[in-house]
Design a protein around this ligand. Structure first.
Ligand code: NDP
Ligand code: 2IT
Length: 446
């Protein structure tokens, strides 16, 4: 690593103390960019990296709301408008008690390059709140969303910043947020994505992240003359992304044998398929934060307080949250003969885990490439909203498949061009970076 990059990382750490996830995301990214700067000194002199690591705008606000008993609560709301070089800020909202500025900055930073890879014109942003949806009633969630939008509405717009869902934010929350935006602005527009199908949503958006991950994994396996068919797959999480992954793996003839939650993981030797996939939706909406009930319902094994990565599988698809797969987990997967790790969540693998996958030379893709199908389909929802014309399911799915193939091929070609063939991490970081960096140069010092 060059002195220049080392200094940049040290400055990011000093300037953004107590934000370990943000440091991790920057470190992982700039490690790939060193070689680009050697070939393109113009990026260095224009201070592109120094500008990239500083969000264009960071908004924090108070979110007061009342529970069903009449008690008042105060949460913190955020929106990080990170980079608008190639389009309006775009990225999800996360509602989870762990949310803080550092976590949203890591997510917003990754979103810049992910969105760049999608081939669509979207800048990078992320937001959310430390609100805990666990155990809340529909009315409480509605009042929280309305209060959150009472401030957020003045910062967003269909050509400015277009939020969507992430952990803890699904169709129900997007509905309440959209309703309040519409009331405040007196405007029906595509200001959020992941909307309901009757009011501007796109077919396939709920499934898109998970489907896209599996399309990407399929492309990765193809490079080794293999496919999903007949493979056993470990999936973590049981939320939106995991649900889409399980559906698509099953359709393509693979077998998902694990799901996980904060309480542990389930092992289902017969595979999560058929009615069991719909049961995931029930588990999720029960807001109990646990997968143990799946084991009871379908006579599967439940392993409390353990991670699914100890199971012998061909393919691993982490779909829960950041840093859920560390060095020890990576060693277990490699030892058990896993040939492909395709990230569904954002930054689920620690720096150490990623290094081990790279050294073992197994197929390994970073979330910013393999989970980009969600935001890409959000981009397709924006196009349909602008045209005021919904596309059929087949068209959206076809475009999603094309986009995932394009991201896959771009990653491999770029990795090759910059001297690290087969390295999806470098390929994704560099290809995502080049488009944004050139747009920043074109647009001058803003
Ligand atoms: P959901 O809320 O639908 O599901 C999240 C899953 O992860 C749940 O099973 C959840 O369990 C678990 N989880 C969340 N936080 C933690 C934690 N701190 N420790 C352990 N488990 C946790 O979210 P999504 O499926 O939408 O998101 C999953 C991942 O995919 C995230 O990394 C997200 O950023 C990423 N992603 C999402 C996209 C989308 O379009 N939705 C697009 C691209 C990436 P519980 O809530 O019970 O804790
Ligand atoms: O991490 C992500 O890419 C998302 N949560 C989806 C963002 C979006 O705008 O659809």
């Amino acid at each position: 690593m060059s002195e220049y990059i080392k200094k940049l990382i040290a400055e990011v750490k000093a300037k953004n103390p107590s934000e370990p996830e943000y440091h991790q995301a920057v470190e992982e990214f700039v490690g790939s960019i060193d070689v680009v700067l050697d070939r393109h000194p113009e990026y260095r002199s224009a201070k592109i990296l120094e500008r990239l690591v500083e969000p264009e705008r960071t908004i924090t606000f108070r979110v007061p709301w009342m529970d069903d008993q009449g008690e008042i609560h105060v949460n913190r709301g955020f929106r990080i408008e990170f980079n608008s070089a190639i389009g309006p800020y775009k990225g999800g909202l996360r509602f989870h008690p762990s949310v803080n500025l550092g976590i949203l900055k890591f997510l917003g930073f990754e979103q810049i390059f992910k969105n760049s890879l999608t081939t669509l014109p979207m800048g990078g942003g992320k937001g959310g709140s430390d609100f805990d949806p666990k155990g809340k009633s529909d009315n409480e969630v509605m009042r929280f969303c309305q209060s959150f939008m009472n401030e957020l509405f003045r910062h967003i717009g269909p050509n400015t910043d277009v939020p969507a869902g992430d952990i803890g934010v699904g169709g129900r929350e997007i509905g309440y947020l959209f309703g309040q935006y519409k009331k405040l602005k007196n405007e029906f527009s595509g200001v959020l994505t992941g909307k309901g199908l009757n009011w501007g949503g796109s077919l396939i958006r709920p499934e898109a992240t998970g489907y896209g991950v599996v399309y990407f994994a399929q492309e990765m396996l193809k490079t080794k003359g293999q496919s999903i068919e007949g493979k056993t797959v470990a999936v973590s999480g049981f939320g939106n992304v995991a649900w889409g992954v399980v559906q698509k793996v099953t359709q393509l003839g693979g077998k998902v044998v694990t799901l996980s939650g904060p309480d542990g993981y389930i092992y289902d030797k017969d595979g999560v398929s058929g009615e069991k996939i719909n049961y995931m939706l029930k588990l999720r909406s029960s807001a109990k934060d646990a997968v143990a009930e799946y084991a009871k319902e379908f006579k599967a094994e439940f392993h409390p307080n353990a991670r699914a990565w100890e199971v012998k599988v061909d393919v691993a698809i982490p779909c829960a949250t950041q840093n859920e797969l560390d060095g020890e987990d990576a060693k277990k997967l490699i030892k058990n003969g896993c040939i492909c790790v395709c990230e569904g969540a954002n930054m689920p693998t620690t720096l150490e885990g990623a290094k081990l996958f790279e050294e073992a030379k197994i197929l390994y893709s970073p979330g910013k490439a393999s989970n980009a199908g969600g935001v890409a389909t959000s981009g397709l929802e924006m196009s349909q909203n602008s045209m005021r014309l919904p596309w059929p399911k087949e068209e959206v799915d076809h475009r999603l498949q094309q986009i995932m193939k394009s991201i896959h091929d771009t990653c491999l070609q770029t990795a090759d061009r910059f001297g690290t063939p087969g390295n999806y991490v470098n390929g994704a970081n560099i290809a995502g970076f080049l488009k944004v960096a050139d747009a920043m140069l074109d647009q001058g010092l803003v």
